[in-house]
Design a protein around this ligand. Structure first.
Ligand SMILES: Cc1cc2nc3c(=O)[nH]c(=O)nc-3n(C[C@H](O)[C@H](O)[C@H](O)COP(=O)(O)OP(=O)(O)OC[C@H]3O[C@@H](n4cnc5c(N)ncnc54)[C@H](O)[C@@H]3O)c2cc1C
Length: 454
């Protein structure tokens, strides 16, 4: 049984008596393991004695996405097809706007089940499906451990304020999700898609896409690769995470961000696996869970309750005020977005970070902070810096365009942070970082060497 608090009814229609199947319209949770929406849909299909169809709408122009993102996602959809087939469930993919594709498939459904996304366009697609489907539409939360409204009914100030709320809820939500068995297999259902995801390369070649960003050779998408990364992390990197995670050259983190972004792995699955690993020092386990289950869910809280999450005016008033007071400060160096993307600045550490991002679609967390702070320093205005940083983040990171992306970009400019002294040119009271800090804390030359070989 899926917790009631993970469910939301999106329209007033009844379950249709003459539907041919239950439809799970997959969008945010692109996996077959630890997917509450899929398990709920199986339960409902079994109750109605109907088969279950899983459908996906593949659009060419997902906001800010390019070939790098699509290649990764198509790898994942191939895994979904295989995973569902093993459970007797038909998966079809149709080309088109996700909401419109779902409404098309809903015409013969008795019930539509969908998963949950917190970004503006994801909410709009679900509203469209709720309006257009002739039957009941149920949304099931599977992308966070604690459903956002259960954690808090308002935008939280920071990790400090959301942490105790989430901690209180964990005993209720950190629970295993058993896999259900579909009573009436749907592999023979007479319904067709128009995209064959069994060959991701062919599917990619058939799409009209922005191909200006190369496909990453460093990351293969999909739930199989995600589970392999999780095992590797647990076996080799979890021990020592607390101390080592901030050392950029060591790569002592999970690198699961893109898999989480595409819903190819569940945060609940990860936390349960980490907590079940014996003999890991509590400090390592806690530090990792803090990132995954507190910081990440703080980002969901932010985008859910802040309609302007991707615009400069999402910043707290104190941050905008101090940046405005320093708007006219002389900038020692100014770069435009092309120079930044070309990693052509005077700063070898920053260039190394940009290179890691350009080539792999990933960047180490500590370097992301440094990278972002320098862009704040190098823009002609704070608004321009905000635009440049959002653009590079979302274009080049495989995990870009995520609630974490918008929240982290805004963090560079003071969100979820406090005022710091002494007040500095350009930054005002915003937290400052410089190259001297990198040299003092890390073997930053080792990072430069590592990225030069990428
Ligand atoms: C300027 C800037 C931009 C960023 N852009 C993105 C982005 O586009 N997409 C993205 O997912 N993350 C972003 N982050 C947050 C963080 O840097 C990455 O999630 C993390 O580095 C990913 O590496 P990992 O998967 O190895 O993390 P791990 O250390 O293994 O952590 C596990 C997971 O916890 C979550 N997590 C880790 N650190 C944070 C954090 N500080 N805030 C929120 N969640 C966190 C991520 O989902 C991550 O995959 C950004 C941070 C900064 C400072």
């Amino acid at each position: 049984m899926i917790a009631e608090t993970r469910l939301r009814r999106l329209n007033d229609h009844p379950i249709s008596a003459d539907g041919k199947y239950v439809l799970y319209w997959m969008q945010a949770s692109q996996r077959t393991r630890y997917n509450h929406a899929l398990e709920y849909a199986i339960e409902q299909a079994n109750t109605a004695n109907l088969p279950l169809l899983v459908g996906f709408g593949l659009m060419d122009d997902y906001p800010e996405a390019n070939a790098r993102h699509y290649a990764f996602m198509l790898d994942g959809l191939r895994d979904v097809e295989v995973g569902l087939k093993q459970r007797g469930i038909r998966f079809i993919v149709r080309h088109g706007n996700p909401g419109a594709v779902a409404v098309g498939m809903a015409k013969e459904a008795s019930l539509v089940v969908c998963d949950r996304g917190y970004l503006r366009h994801q909410k709009a697609w679900r509203d469209h499906v709720a309006d257009g489907a002739p039957c009941r539409v149920m949304e099931v939360e599977s992308e966070v451990i604690v459903p956002v409204e259960e954690a808090s009914i308002k935008q939280e100030f920071g990790a400090r304020t959301i942490r105790p709320r989430l901690h209180r809820k964990w005993p209720e939500y950190l629970v295993e999700l058993p896999e259900g068995k579909l009573k009436h297999p749907s592999l023979r259902l007479k319904i067709t898609g128009d995209v064959d995801v069994s060959s991701p390369e062919k599917a990619l070649a058939g799409m009209k896409l922005d191909r200006s960003v190369s496909v990453s050779r460093y990351f293969t998408g999909g739930q199989t690769a995600a589970q392999a990364k999780l095992s590797d992390f647990i076996n080799h990197k979890l021990r020592g995470y607390d101390e080592e995670r901030n050392e950029p050259a060591k790569g002592h983190t999970s690198t699961l961000a893109a898999y989480l972004h595409f819903g190819q792995i569940s945060p609940l699955d990860i936390v349960l696996a980490v907590q079940a690993t014996p003999h890991i020092p509590a400090a390592d386990c806690d530090a990792f869970v803090e990132e995954l289950a507190i910081r990440r869910e703080l980002a969901m809280n932010f985008v859910h309750y802040s309609p302007n999450y991707d615009r400069y005016d999402c910043l707290p008033a104190w941050a905008r005020k101090t940046l405005s007071e320093h708007r006219l400060d002389q900038r020692a160096t100014v770069y435009d977005v092309k120079q930044l993307e070309a990693a052509a600045t005077y700063d070898p550490y920053w260039n190394a970070a940009q290179r890691e991002m350009n080539v792999t679609g990933f960047m180490h967390n500590y370097m992301r902070m440094y990278w972002g702070k320098k862009v704040l320093e190098w823009g002609r205005s704070p608004e321009e810096s905000f635009e440049m940083l959002s653009h590079l983040n979302n274009k080049l990171f495989l995990c870009g365009r995520d609630p974490n992306s918008f929240t982290s970009v805004a963090w560079i400019f003071g969100l979820h942070d406090r005022a710091w002294g002494p007040e500095r040119p350009v930054f005002g009271k915003i937290r400052y970082m410089n190259a001297a800090g990198l040299k003092r804390k890390f073997d930053i030359e080792a990072y430069v060497k590592k990225t030069a070989q990428m």
